[in-house]
Design a protein around this ligand. Structure first.
Ligand SMILES: [Zn+2]
Length: 361
């Protein structure tokens, strides 16, 4: 199992098993809250902004608004969604769970329905969607996976903030049987990131990006310094952490390409490594020197080896939004380029006509 996956599992408590070491969530009102067998709602908590979403069910207002937008967009494609379940109270979740325990025993119930306090239906952020055979047939959640509606949701649900919460083949992580009908609202940003990065479960996303410990360790602040590159003020997307400045590797390669300090960048996906070769021209990939949006980012420490002219480096790197950010001084020292910082003007100077100098503190 890849190391970053192990970290994600451990961070989300997936490794300790279902209904073990249960923690009460501190952010039940957040759209992004993780609720599962290891994370429970505070006793007595209930959402206070429920609105109708059809067939007599309710969701929290933001989720309902996005579901309505989704229905409108899908409706133009001739697709129809029926809601089979939405918000369920603690009482109603208790009744659902107990009914299955009585019918099939506790073990069976525990992979089919969440215990009260652990259900996303209590958050008012989950929908069970159903298929209706013909125009008058009964609503069926089981039949939903084979429908065009389901296929459309898998491709487009993220644009409205919805994720398939219990995908097939991940029971050991999310704890339940495959539930093609159960869709969770997590917001457009998170749902889209999971789609782009192909993260299958919310536990993995949480473990990598939302766990408070992970956030504290990997939060990078936007760097607001003016950067003078060979004398010209130049906009780079850059971040700061622990006194270091992190620049996008491709931006630096692009900027240095017109100088005698140029280097080429070769990606090797199989070996999870990048090779930099000095003296060779950099081939632009498109998107270099794009401006950041000025927001802080949670970066994943990149499990990546970087080689310079065939020798492995110890560069500190982070992965942000799929791009590699590298510690400016690590790289500039290695290729012998001057980096200066003016504390009065908070300006960073990069000068390829001078050699690297250590900072004297
Ligand atoms: Zn459900």
């Amino acid at each position: 199992m890849p190391f970053d996956k192990v970290v994600a599992y451990v961070n989300a408590n997936v490794d300790i098993g279902g209904y073990a070491g249960i923690q009460t969530v501190q952010n039940p009102n957040d759209i992004s809250v993780l609720l599962n067998k290891n994370f429970a709602l505070p006793p007595g908590w209930a959402p206070n902004d429920l609105v109708p979403v059809g067939e007599g069910w309710q969701l929290r207002a933001e989720a309902a608004e996005q579901f309505n937008a989704l229905k409108t967009a899908a409706g133009e494609m001739g697709l129809t969604f029926f809601v089979r379940s939405g918000y369920r109270s603690h009482w109603s979740q208790t009744a659902s769970y107990n009914a299955i325990v009585q019918a099939g025993g506790r073990a069976t119930a525990d992979i089919q329905v969440a215990r009260p306090g652990h259900s996303e239906h209590q958050l008012g952020l989950a929908l069970d969607l159903a298929h209706r055979a013909g125009t008058t047939g009964p609503l069926s959640t089981m039949g939903f996976s084979g429908t065009r509606e389901y296929e459309w949701l898998v491709e487009n649900g993220h644009e409205y903030g919805f994720i398939l919460r219990y995908p097939r083949g991940y029971t050991e992580i999310h704890g339940f049987v495959y539930e093609p009908w159960h869709w969770r609202y997590v917001g457009v940003e998170i749902a889209s990131a999971m789609h782009t990065e192909r993260i299958a479960t919310y536990e993995e996303y949480y473990g990598r990006y939302l766990n408070p410990k992970v956030i504290a360790a990997n939060m990078l602040q936007p760097n607001r310094s003016v950067v003078y590159f060979n004398g010209a003020a130049t906009a780079f997307e850059a971040y700061s952490k622990d006194g270091g400045n992190y620049f996008k590797l491709r931006d630096l390669a692009f900027a240095l390409n017109s100088t005698n300090k140029r280097f080429a960048v070769f990606y090797n996906d199989d070996a999870n490594s990048i090779t930099l070769i000095r003296g060779l021209p950099y081939t632009a990939q498109g998107g270099e020197m794009a401006r950041g949006d000025g927001r802080a980012r949670i970066a994943a420490p990149a499990e990546l080896r970087i080689f310079l002219d065939g020798t492995e480096t110890g560069f500190t790197v982070y992965s942000i939004g799929g791009s590699i950010f590298i510690k400016l001084r690590d790289l500039m020292k290695a290729i012998d380029v001057y980096v200066g910082y003016d504390t009065a003007t908070k300006a960073i100077t990069i000068d390829t006509s001078r050699g690297y100098e250590e900072v004297l503190l």
